[in-house]
Design a protein around this ligand. Structure first.
Ligand SMILES: NC(=O)c1ccc[n+]([C@@H]2O[C@H](COP(=O)([O-])OP(=O)(O)OC[C@H]3O[C@@H](n4cnc5c(N)ncnc54)[C@H](OP(=O)(O)O)[C@@H]3O)[C@@H](O)[C@H]2O)c1
Length: 290
């Protein structure tokens, strides 16, 4: 691993015994259109992954469902053998259908298959962290996660998984999971404009559990808000930088995994997340999602 010339904003966080940069990278945008198929520009995708590691990023978020499988195979091609500091976090619990949909796949057999596919595609003997992805593309759905989580705990006991997390989960499901097994992170949708998990974030912070917001920049529809634009203009920064810097400030347990298929955006985001926000900026931004 290269020694980055500038430290990443936010410092580090411990997922169990695994130290990761709070500024991480989400690999979903590397697959083809609609997160299906191989990337349009394969060399560019490989270069983004290598640039992430060169920047000092030690947390890459992925899933077998991206591509499906292409994204994990790209990660392996770009970065294997992995530097010891790098931790790959994957998700299981959703498949892909012919229309690009994300049908749930949470039967024990689906989860076993998904874990083995992730191991094969990433070229690993053990997965550092596996998130059980719940709900559906519209968001979390209530209901017990006991059966699918028990299947993952069994795979963990077999030595195939180091740590477990949950994703797209309700607060009740997070509590149920934490009563069953040590859970090191929750990965849910959250950003300046979507703040349903405010209480959950604070609760998890108090218990030393990471919260990893997906769609930190709004996902497929970029964040748009006049307050966000006003703060960005005042600071001569992009709205993306402000949104990421706000998340880092929001709570120490928040880990960033902004997605991009562009090296320029990756570098811009890494620098921008270090933007200093004044009390006045924070108060104005705080009003957006409330
Ligand atoms: N657990 C789950 O259910 C779940 C669901 C969704 C996502 N995720 C994870 O969360 C990660 C982040 O989510 P995401 O990638 O969907 O959404 P995101 O990070 O909110 O936004 C990504 C979008 O922003 C654009 N972008 C990034 N930086 C930019 C910049 N500096 N200037 C202009 N545009 C910029 C990207 O386009 P370019 O490619 O052009 O930069 C892309 O279209 C994913 O990669 C994935 O790992 C998890």
């Amino acid at each position: 691993m290269n020694t980055p010339s500038t430290p990443l904003p936010g410092g580090t966080w411990d997922l169990g015994e695994l130290s990761v940069s709070r500024f991480g990278y989400g690999a979903m945008q590397l697959a083809g259109p609609g997160v299906m198929g191989p990337p349009t520009d394969r060399d560019a995708a490989l270069a983004v992954l290598r640039a992430a590691v060169d920047l000092g990023i030690t947390h890459i978020d992925t899933a077998g469902a991206y591509g499906p499988r292409f994204t994990n195979q790209l990660i392996r091609e770009a970065l294997h053998p992995y530097p010891p500091e790098l931790h790959l976090v994957t998700k299981v619990g959703a498949d892909r259908d012919r229309n690009g949909g994300w049908p749930p796949a949470r039967e024990p057999e689906d989860l076993r298959r998904a874990v083995h596919e992730n191991l094969d595609d990433l070229g690993l003997d053990v997965l550092d962290l596996v998130n059980l992805r719940l709900g559906d593309a519209q968001g979390p759905r209530p209901g017990s996660l006991a059966a699918p989580l028990a299947a993952l705990v069994e795979l963990q006991q077999q030595g195939l998984i180091r740590h477990l997390g949950v994703s797209n989960a309700t607060a009740e499901q997070v509590a149920e999971a934490r009563a069953m097994a040590p859970i090191v992170c929750v990965q849910n949708m959250y950003n300046l404009a979507h703040r349903r998990d405010d209480e959950l974030i604070d609760e998890l912070a108090g218990q030393g559990v990471a919260y990893v917001p997906f769609f930190p920049l709004g996902g497929f529809s970029p964040l748009q808000s006049s307050s966000l634009s006003a703060v960005a203009d005042r600071l001569d920064a992009t709205p993306m930088s402000v949104a990421l810097a706000w998340l880092l400030r929001r709570s120490p347990n928040i880990l960033l995994i902004p997605g991009t298929s562009s090296r320029a955006h990756l570098r811009e985001n890494a620098a921008g997340a270090g933007l200093r926000l004044s009390t006045e900026d924070l108060a104005e931004l705080d009003g957006i999602g409330r």
